[in-house]
Ligand binder design. Sequence first.
Ligand SMILES: C[S@@+](CC[C@H](N)C(=O)[O-])C[C@H]1O[C@@H](n2cnc3c(N)ncnc32)[C@H](O)[C@@H]1O
Length: 352
Amino acid sequence: MRGNSTPNETSVSATIAQYLVEHSPTFKELTNLRQKGWKTAEGDRYFENRRAQSDNADRKQAQRFFNMTCQIGEEMDRKTSVITFAATDRGLSPRVLDIGMAPGGFTETVLRKHCDATIRGITLPLENGGLKVMLPRWKADPRVIVEFLDVTMLADEMGRPTTSIPTVHPDIANFSSNRPFQGENFDLVFCGATAQRAHVRADYRESQERLRLATSQLVVALQRLRDHGSLVLVMHKPEALYTAEIIRTFTRFSNVRLFKPRKKHAVRSSFYMVATSVDMQSKETQSAILGWKKQWENATFQSDDALSASSRVSEDRVCEMLAEFGLQLIKLATPVWRTQADGLRSAPFLKE
Ligand SMILES: C[S@@+](CC[C@H](N)C(=O)[O-])C[C@H]1O[C@@H](n2cnc3c(N)ncnc32)[C@H](O)[C@@H]1O
């Protein structure tokens, strides 16, 4: 989760990778392809170009990105029906919370499937480096309300009231006691916020942003999801310990599938966890929320050194995770690894 891996993280990743290479031919093939890709200068150039394109915020580019997220939303629904069946068990029109909403492709997909849906969005303000909402005529649409804010700064939501934060904290002016859409309940929550390069952040956040984004989105989502509702979370690398642990946690109180778009982003390691029928009454759900609040608090208030000491992972914990969950992880993650391997095999920088 951090910019530069600590020796402990490197050894944890190696233990997991070794287990997966031994038990999953798909992961083994993907590892070989990734290694080949790292060795080519064309691979570096390819990813650098893609990053430059996605940083270029001109209108044409924004429209292209919006079209792409619409296509991903469509493909996700075709493969999982998470949008189509969002509220069928209640016979009502679906209520959807879209975190990291802009440009708005997932919302567009929801409205295309359910013209009577209610949409609430949360997304980073443009002036902080966020993306523009490209959903046509959304400002005049009574079905759609968007709050522009940084979801990782909602201190009261995360159980750490703004009034308790030391005044010397580098972000003291940016924490918020706002609790967006508090008291509303949703059938489906998208947790799609990903760190933006244009987002100017305090230095302490650089190594922690992915963790802070995941934990704050999960807490906001689960404090508003109705019982047996669905949640979609954007993630990276099912084989990373932190990712595998979130997936494992969700398997305890929901039905989990992993989805990776075939055409878009195939060469990257990102994918979506789609959790349906989330049991909001279970003790595991409530204790998971507390755990993510604690992780957010540590990542936000501890120094990097203190954090790397307190988050040291023992070999025993990794072995326990693999013994208990390794084979299930392989079953869930194989389609994601296969899609990435297919994408890499036909990537311009790896073609013979
Ligand atoms: C990959 S885009 C999401 C695409 C979106 N799911 C769609 O369907 O169009 C990531 C979004 O997360 C937003 N974001 C990034 N950091 C954020 C933060 N800290 N708080 C709120 N939104 C954030 C970005 O501005 C961007 O709009």
